[in-house]
Design a protein around this ligand. Structure first.
Ligand SMILES: Cc1cc2nc3c(=O)[nH]c(=O)nc-3n(C[C@H](O)[C@H](O)[C@H](O)COP(=O)(O)OP(=O)(O)OC[C@H]3O[C@@H](n4cnc5c(N)ncnc54)[C@H](O)[C@@H]3O)c2cc1C
Length: 387
């Protein structure tokens, strides 16, 4: 049996026909719609909004949710879609993660029937875009001490505060804003255009350039009683959403890593120095083999955690394990791939430096590597080391 350098362990055979079909559909979409434009979008620092409805048509928005126009796939299929999207660019995977896991999932899980009916069908098609506002300028890893607050004014709510680094913020039709109340942290749906609510896009990013990242400004924003998500109070709300999105990253990071490995492997076979392909040098082979080992192990880990999620046995700590490992290894693969491409590796002509730069954001968002290390450290020792 011949061995495929891009699927060394035959992970493909561990997938069901339906999972393979979804994976192939997303891979084709990325090839047809993302790859031709990504260098331009990344360079210009823009996300092509018009693609949102095409992604919706493919059934990728809120794809692991049931009803309300959502596809209702299993977790592994959602993961595979994230992997293929991120093999294109992290910006596209981030768009889908935020829409499905951080905006639609909480409305689906904690929203009223009216909130679900109002938002989910349009979000599933990509006609309405959502964002998730948790981080603040001075509260990143420690969101439980957030300053954004919601106070009662008769039956209304009044929100004040600032949210920072919010993916999709500037293009969102609805922002899910987490705010401190007398009753603990609650989630509020803030539609675009609400008086006192404004967004400001963050520019000059050198990472995740094909993605909108914004500040949300809430200045005496009056919202009706029914703007709050009724089904959750406290940090469980935002943390449960983050667990969903982090799950997608476990797969997604391996997509970025695969693209870098593939690019370096190809380059090593065609680039010649000292009269032979650089892939014929032992040092280059060692780099490629080390990349292959981590890529295959990370992909198997993602699939294993996906199967655990589908069987209901995954915990947030397992998700931390996967996010910490796979993002760390994907970044190492991207950096190693960059060296194989030499000077060409620093240009946008090849995908490697783009992925390496994007992965710097992935290392930080959805819980930094340090925070996931602390979560795992506490899990195995029983001792908290956060503060
Ligand atoms: C491109 C991008 C998109 C994002 N999208 C969103 C979004 O859609 N919604 C949203 O709410 N947020 C979003 N974020 C914010 C992201 O989640 C935060 O940046 C992240 O939580 C870290 O917060 P911080 O940047 O304030 O870093 P800080 O919390 O200030 O941390 C700085 C450093 O200190 C370390 N540190 C902190 N506490 C400890 C500790 N106890 N022990 C050891 N080390 C510690 C951290 O690990 C890190 O290395 C996004 C960020 C980026 C870059």
């Amino acid at each position: 049996m011949s061995i495929d350098a891009l699927d060394f362990l035959g992970v493909d055979r561990l997938l069901t026909d339906e999972e393979r079909m979804i994976r192939d559909t997303v891979r084709k979409f990325v090839g047809d719609r993302v790859m031709p434009g990504i260098e331009k979008w990344f360079e210009a620092g823009e996300f092509p909004n018009e693609i949102a409805t095409e992604i919706g048509e493919l059934g990728l928005l809120g794809m692991h949710l049931e009803g309300y126009g959502c596809a209702g796939t299993n977790a592994v299929s959602y993961g595979l879609a994230c992997l293929e999207l991120e093999a294109g660019d992290t910006g596209f995977r981030s768009f889908v993660s935020v829409q499905g896991s951080l905006a639609m999932f909480p409305i689906y899980t904690y929203g009223s029937e009216e909130q679900k009916d109002e938002w989910l069908p349009r979000m599933a098609t990509g006609e309405a875009i959502g964002c998730f506002g948790l981080t603040e300028p001075d509260r990143g890893s420690d969101p439980s001490n957030m300053r954004t607050n919601a106070k009662r004014a008769g039956s209304d709510w009044v929100l004040n505060g600032n949210k920072m680094w919010i993916t999709n913020g500037g293009i969102a039709d609805v922002a899910l804003v987490w705010a401190q109340t007398d009753d603990g942290v609650r989630g509020f749906l803030v539609p675009r255009g609400t008086k006192g609510f404004a967004t400001r896009d963050i520019h000059r990013k050198l990472s995740l350039r094909a993605s909108v990242t914004s500040e949300l400004i809430l200045d005496d924003v009056h919202l009706p009683e029914d703007a709050v998500l009724p089904g959750v109070k406290g940090m469980k709300g935002p943390l449960s959403c983050l667990s969903e999105a982090r799950f997608g990253i476990i797969f997604g990071a391996m997509g970025a890593a695969r693209a870098c490995y593939e690019s370096a492997l190809e380059y090593s076979k065609t680039r010649e120095q000292f009269g032979k392909p650089i892939g014929a040098f032992q040092l280059t082979q060692a780099k490629l083999v080390n990349m292959l080992l981590e890529l295959e192990k990370g992909t198997l880990l993602a699939l294993h955690l996906g199967r655990m999620k589908d069987s209901g046995s995954i915990t947030p700590q397992h998700v931390s394990f996967g996010k910490l490992n796979n993002v760390r290894e994907a970044l190492a693969i991207a950096r190693e791939a960059r060296t194989i491409l030499g000077a060409n590796g620093i240009t946008l002509e090849y995908p490697v430096i783009r992925h390496a730069n994007n992965l710097e954001s992935v290392l930080t968002y959805e819980g930094t590597s340090e925070i996931h290390t602390l979560i795992l450290g506490e899990t195995i020792t029983g001792l908290k080391a956060f503060s």
